[in-house]
Design a protein. Structure first.
Length: 130
């Protein structure tokens, strides 16, 4: 049965370096997908760069709603701007950073209803296995 989930009703997640709300996932009745709305503030002078994370069992599709940023992976850096979408393969360490002066807003899609079950967050690129 179709239903609407308002962004204001999305569950807030405590993830490093970003404000993330889980709009759709197992907790809201999804069986095979997760949708997250993410905001990343412009970098503050002297602030430490957050580490990467990895999804071992599924890919991530990130769509830029507004702002400018870069997704860093083990294979390189990919500049992003509003309207761009990047697909990150399962098992590929990655992190998206704001490179602009306004909030970077993203929609992130996952083909699983439980992202946390196969995701690891690292404190820095140096501490990440790989």
């Amino acid at each position: 049965m179709a239903r609407v989930i308002a962004l204001k009703d999305a569950r807030s997640l405590n993830l490093p370096g970003r404000h993330s709300r889980e709009i759709l996932a197992a907790a809201s009745g999804a069986r095979n997908s997760t949708v997250r709305y993410v905001e990343i503030e412009p970098p503050k002078p002297g602030a430490a760069e957050r580490g990467p994370h990895v999804h071992f069992d599924f890919e991530e599709c990130i769509h830029v709603v507004s702002g400018e940023g870069v997704t860093r992976t083990d294979l390189g850096e990919y500049p992003l701007t509003a309207g761009d979408t990047i697909l990150v393969a399962a098992g590929e360490r990655h992190a998206t950073y704001n490179t602009g002066t306004t909030v970077l807003r993203l929609l992130c899609f996952f083909p699983t209803s439980d992202v946390a079950a196969a995701t690891v967050e690292y404190e820095s690129w140096d501490t990440a296995d790989g």
